[in-house]
Design a protein around this ligand. Structure first.
Ligand code: HEM
Length: 536
């Protein structure tokens, strides 16, 4: 009986509360806000989530750094086998998107090229952009803005035109002759040759002659402190640029520079600016003194100065451009040449096949000319296969998307750093039969080109950020290799068998062979050819 009475009393009280609440609108409003506050996070959590690419675990602060041991391109390749062609990796506070398949690379560099074409201090290479990219005033570290478009246009319409390339053929011939002379000298003395130094000297001198009309390294160049330090400067940049800089990746480490990379960068930038300012000023003086006419276009600085005089180009931009050319055009080409010689030593029968081909086209009484190259199909196939197997730049330079986008069906948040793992694609069994085998014949009669249209092989990148120096780089590699195998028989140093020549690579932005290559050379042409002007 008492239970019934209690229930009636409780019902009355509830009715009263509801009646009171209905007369208090602010209480209703408060309840509504509370309900929304509860519902909104629930609906946020339950909303269909944007699908991010898969990838290794991303830990607070360090991201996925723990999964990136060893050579970077190799570690990323290994992870992509587990996570797929479009993968997300945390690098400190940055999100890295890694593309490891030809189809995804085509989507990135062709169909979505305009969405992923920035490359500034917002990528993981923040400090390099600032110091080496001269505050992103160069090409390689600049966003895809009007300034960059103007610089790239200058490259295609002025600096790397076909006519300028043909006009500089003599200059390359001269430097290749110097190289052959060095090899010949070693051969005559029965000494082994360490090729890395020789190829760096060759490519640096060619680039310096093209850019400022001076050789910058070699026996005949007077050694001043500036010139000596110039060479070590280049090597410093190469040794530093491929390292992950923790101060760039983890913001709380920014003030500390534990690895000393920023300190090194700052020092290098001062030296780059001093050296190039000095060279630019020399050219300016020469122009003022009337030693060159206003339309004198002997070297790159001569081409660029009139643009500066018209206020179309700042001095910083000229320095940035020159710095890019020197950094982009020397180590890449020299390293590719070193890999070529590794494969020449490992495959003596292919060396003989190239020699027979050259002998039949050029003969043994004169040197190689650039116009001969297109008539050497096996040599060209050999170079392509070297570039495929030893991929000089295993990862493209980083790209960045300003706005959110998609790739491979995944959502890509804004401001991700995107790499294409060119190495992984070039070694992928989906595109290449027996991909780890060195087999130039795979390119004989094949239409696959290196110019960025065949996405299973993109050693120079593709799209609006592709390499501006492809023709120059390829011409240098093909002509130098042809001249070398035409002029000498090569063999490994005593005690090393061809198959024992080391092929392990080290990622330093370019993929260098770990053990600097040593070889022996035996001249195979009549003596007069080495001295004659015919090798021009
Ligand atoms: C064998 C030689 C070379 C190789 C393998 C090579 C490779 C590459 C690659 C992979 C890229 C990045 C492309 C991308 O991200 O899509 C690049 C960019 C670049 N390369 Fe080369 N390169 C070579 C020679 C040269 C030469 C000779 C020069 C100039 C003299 C040069 C200047 C540049 C510049 C300025 C960029 C930046 C382009 C941009 O950001 O818009 N490279 N190169």
């Amino acid at each position: 009986m008492s239970t019934n009475l209690d229930a009636i009393a409780l019902g009355d009280r509830l009715r009263k509360v509801v009646w009171q609440l209905s007369s208090e609108p602010h209480i209703w409003a408060a309840l509504l806000v509370a309900a929304l506050a509860w519902l909104l996070p629930v609906s946020y959590l339950q909303r269909p989530r944007k699908k991010l690419p898969p990838g290794p675990p991303v830990w607070p602060i360090v991201g996925s750094l723990a999964y990136l041991g060893g050579e970077l391109h190799d570690a990323l390749w290994g992870l992509s086998k587990k996570y797929g062609d479009v993968m997300r990796v945390g690098l400190g506070q940055h999100t890295l998107i890694v593309v490891s398949g030809a189809e995804a690379a085509e989507e990135l560099m062709k169909r979505r090229d305009s969405e992923f074409c920035d490359r500034s201090g917002r990528t993981i290479q923040r400090s390099a952009a600032r110091y080496i990219g001269i505050d992103s005033m160069d090409i390689a570290f600049s966003d895809y803005n009007p300034h960059l478009r103007m610089l790239r246009k200058l490259c295609t319409s002025e600096l790397f035109t076909l006519s300028r390339l043909q006009a500089s053929s003599e200059l390359r011939a001269g430097e290749i002759r110097v190289l052959l002379g060095t090899f010949r000298k070693h051969a005559d003395m029965g000494k082994a040759i360490e090729v890395r130094e020789c190829f760096h000297t060759l490519t640096m001198n060619v680039m310096c002659l093209l850019m400022f009309g001076k050789r910058y390294h070699g026996a005949d160049v007077p050694v001043t402190v500036e010139l000596e330090s110039f060479k070590s400067l280049i090597m410093d940049v190469f040794d530093t640029v491929g390292r992950l800089n923790l101060s760039d990746l983890i913001w709380c480490l920014r003030p500390f520079d534990f690895q000393g990379i920023n300190r090194k960068w700052k020092h290098i930038r001062v030296r780059i600016e001093n050296l190039f300012s000095m060279i630019i000023e020399e050219h300016r003086q020469r122009r003022r003194q009337g030693n060159s006419s206003p339309d004198d276009k002997d070297d790159f600085v001569d081409v660029l100065l009139p643009y500066q005089e018209k206020d179309a180009l700042s001095e910083k931009a000229i320095i940035g451009l020159l710095s890019d050319m020197l950094l982009g055009g020397t180590d890449t080409t020299a390293t590719t040449l070193e890999w070529c010689m590794v494969e020449v030593l490992r495959n003596p029968e292919m060396m003989r096949r190239m020699q027979e081909e050259i002998d039949s086209v050029v003969g043994k009484e004169k040197g190689i000319e650039e116009s001969d190259i297109s008539r050497l199909p096996f040599l060209n196939a050999f170079v392509k296969e070297v570039i495929r197997l030893h991929t000089p730049l295993p990862l493209t330079l980083p790209r960045l998307n300003d706005k959110a986008s998609t790739l491979g069906g995944y959502y890509i948040p804004p401001e991700c750093t995107v790499f294409v793992n060119v190495f992984a694609i070039a070694h992928d069994g989906r595109y290449w039969e027996r991909p780890m085998e060195f087999n130039p014949d795979r390119f004989m009669g094949s239409a696959v080109s290196l110019t960025g249209n065949d996405f299973q092989l993109i050693p120079f990148g593709s799209g609006r950020r592709k390499c501006v120096g492809i023709t120059l780089g390829m011409t240098m590699v093909q002509r130098t290799l042809a001249s070398l195998v035409h002029s000498f028989d090569f063999a490994p140093v005593e005690g090393v068998k061809p198959h024992e020549v080391d092929v392990s690579g080290r990622y330093l932005l370019v993929l260098r062979n770990d053990v600097p290559l040593k070889l022996t050379a035996t001249p195979r042409l009549p003596a007069h050819v080495y001295h004659s002007s015919a090798s021009r």
